[in-house]
Structures are given as C-alpha cells and as structure tokens.
Design a protein around this ligand. Structure first.
Ligand code: HEC
Length: 153
C-alpha cells in the first residue's frame, strides 16, 4: 500500500512537472515585457488583455500585426511607440483619414470607444505597449488624463 501510494505520488509529480513545463514554453512564444512591470502594472496588462480581446482583436489581431493594408499593426508600430499615452485619444475618440505606420499608409476609420474609463484606457495601453515585443513600460492614469483633457471635443 505504501509503495503504491509513493509510486502514484511520483507519477502525479512527473505529470504535473511536464504539464507546467509545456505551459511555460508555450508562454515564451508570445514575447511580452511583463517581467519589467510592477505588480499593479501587471494587473493593468491582464485586464487590458481582456479588453483587447473584446474591443480590438477583430481588427488588430491576436498577433497585433493588423491586417494587410487595411489595419495598421500595434506590434512594433513606430506610430504607437512614439507616443503611447497619446494613443489614448485614438482609443477613446476613434480616428479617420490617412496615417503612416512603419512607412505604410493606412486610411480606414477606427471606431471610437466613448464609454471606456481612463483606467480601462490605461489597461489597454499597458497591454498593447508591452506585448508582442513592444517594451514601453508603465502607462499612468495621469498621462492618459492629460492626453484626453487637451482637446476633448
Ligand atoms: C474596426 C476595426 C478596428 C478596431 C475594432 C480597432 N481599431 Fe485601431 N485602428 C483601426 C484602423 C483602420 C486604424 C488606422 C486609422 C486611420 O487610418 O486613420 C487604427 C489605428 C490604431 C492605432 C494607431 C496606429 C497604430 O497602428 O499604431 C492604435 C494605437 C489603435 N488603432 C489601437 C486600437 C485599440 C487599442 C483598439 C481596441 C480598443 C482598436 N484599435 C480597435 C481599426 C480598428
């Protein structure tokens, strides 16, 4: 009986070990900058991921690569990374007209999300600017409030 329990224990340990190994190597395939974030910012990142999956993924894709010439990428986007808090305005008020991202011109409307709170915008920005190899770091509520205040028409 004792030997049996020991053996079973070992098998369970082995299986759990293997499963968690598989899990972590899967995660490593999606490069993100979470290790550089504080606990609070990690929570923003996680909440931002949920919001992204609801509001953004249909256009900007799980990979953040956008869609051909129609939807610009967020992954390695020179436009986004040049001014991450500035993108708060795009998220809240939408955008239209031609724009350049990584030397490619895009010209399709991006819908507004007027009901998002400043906190939700911080969460979204934390997620998109620290995922897919982007390494912006922290986005603060003060930065987002500042950018939304300037020209809130
Ligand atoms: C219906 C498709 C669509 C959805 C949904 C959408 N976007 Fe966009 N987004 C666009 C398009 C198209 C542009 C380019 C706008 C232009 O050409 O003026 C854009 C531009 C952007 C830009 C600036 C350009 C860049 O690539 O860096 C950011 C940042 C952005 N979107 C983030 C988001 C976030 C975050 C969400 C979710 C809250 C979102 N978008 C939802 C279509 C979409």
């Amino acid at each position: 009986m004792n030997r049996y329990t020991l053996c079973l224990g070992l098998i369970i340990l082995l299986v759990t070990g293997l499963t968690s190994c598989g899990g972590s190597s899967e995660k490593a395939n999606i490069p993100n900058n979470v290790s550089a974030l504080s606990n609070k910012e990690r929570q923003y990142f996680t909440n931002g991921q949920q919001l992204y999956q609801t509001l953004c993924v249909s256009c900007h894709m799980v990979s953040g690569e956008g869609l051909g010439k129609l939807i610009p990428p967020l992954k390695n986007s020179d436009y986004l990374l040049a001014n991450v808090p500035g993108a708060a305005r795009i998220i809240k008020y939408g955008m239209k007209g031609p724009m350049m991202v990584n030397k490619v011109e895009y010209n399709q409307p991006m819908p507004a999300n007027p009901r998002l709170t400043n906190l939700e915008i911080v969460e979204l920005l934390t997620y998109i600017s620290n995922n897919w190899g982007n390494e912006h770091g922290a986005v603060t509520l003060a930065e987002v409030a500042e950018n939304l205040k300037e020209k809130a028409d």
